[in-house]
Design a protein around this ligand. Sequence first.
Ligand code: FCB
Length: 466
Amino acid sequence: MTAFPSDFLWGAATAAYQIEGAAQEDGRTPSIWDTFSHTPGKVLGGDTGDVATDHYHRWREDVALMSELGLGSYRFSVSWPRVQPTGRGPAVQRGLDFYRALVDELLAKGIQPLLTLYHWDLPQELETAGGWPERDTAYRFAEYAALVGEALGDRVEMWTTLNEPWCSAFLGYASGVHAPGRTEPESALRAAHHLNLAHGLGAQALRTALPPRGKISVSLNAAVVRPLTESAGDVDAQRRIDALATRVFSDPMLHGSYPADLLDDTAGITDWSYVQDGDLAVIKHPIDALGINYYTPTVVSATAEGEAPRRDGHGASEHSPWVGAENVAFHQPPGDLTSMEWSVDPSGLHDLLMRFTREVPGLPLLVSENGAAYQDEPDADGAVHDPERIAYLRSHLAAVQRAIADGADVRGYFLWSLLDNFEWAYGYSKRFGAVYVDYATQKRTPKSSARWYAEVARGGRLPAEG
Ligand code: FCB
């Protein structure tokens, strides 16, 4: 195996609500995820992020672990309600101090921080005022971006505005399996537009706040959608889902327009009149890199008349997240399944990297999330062996390497996740970490995949199999 580029970033990723805990400390107020997880029936087992992996208190230990694992970069998110509790007004210094200390520790250990501003934890007060379906939320986000940019821009070089706006808009406001749990198709499309606007306004605010070396990106869970057959109906189902999953965000962000087919498909739900003059130019604000989050592909077909649409692996809800494309059936793609019941198919990652390489030549790409959940358990000696995760990572890194060989400008890879953590509606039942967390004691144990990944990061190449 040839080596990865010598300056390739070997990283791991987390998100604030999934790891920090300390939900009520130092002035933090509830986010929509606090409200949602405390609502009975919303999260498996009634789990919440109140304590999570207690990273807010154990961050030094966690950075030491990253350093031991030879990570070159760490992608984390800032908790908006920790820094600006009501989503308005001045920043809380204690909140900013936490991230400042974290970043300084990372830098001291030679680990490049990649800071995501929004990984789904909207201050509850902003949701009470209407949430993402309201235009004002985008302006609030820009103000928050400026606060954090001004506070940390001297030490953080790599910035991401939003993580996976698809989940925020469509799981949050259409299927309701994520916070805030609303099931309103038009609100989901309004949310999508205001998230796009938030990205553009946030990028503008960062550009002003950051020194010239600051780099701005966004992370999309662009979907790899494959038709079940080559029939015209199935190919059309693919087109519809691609528009709703990916192009609704990537077209305005990268090209400054909404896809015409999306506007047609959703005409019965919304007239898009909330897209105001000038918005698209703002949304198209230049970015320095595009983050791709990839886990599994999607296979779709057209449903026959009267056939019930099948659910799609994004949680059980009678409400579809695919507003305007309800007559699409989802099928289990081929491949082994992870414990999320997501099929393992590294070709999807190669496809995505090549898609954006063709679509936006010259735009650097990051794999900002990739990984797998398995039912890891410590053995009698306390060691955690996770050969399936090693196989998953190996095959996906090989796909990244193929994409680089085929001309994709991929600058780094961020394993999801550094630690086992709060997996949203699945609570603590799904373990994505390279490091095992015993939630009763908060003891961290690197799994064998963490050791394997450390070897990859140190050598800059995939070790021989076996
Ligand atoms: C992504 C999220 C991340 C994590 C992984 C498994 O959609 O960005 O927080 O939950 O999935």
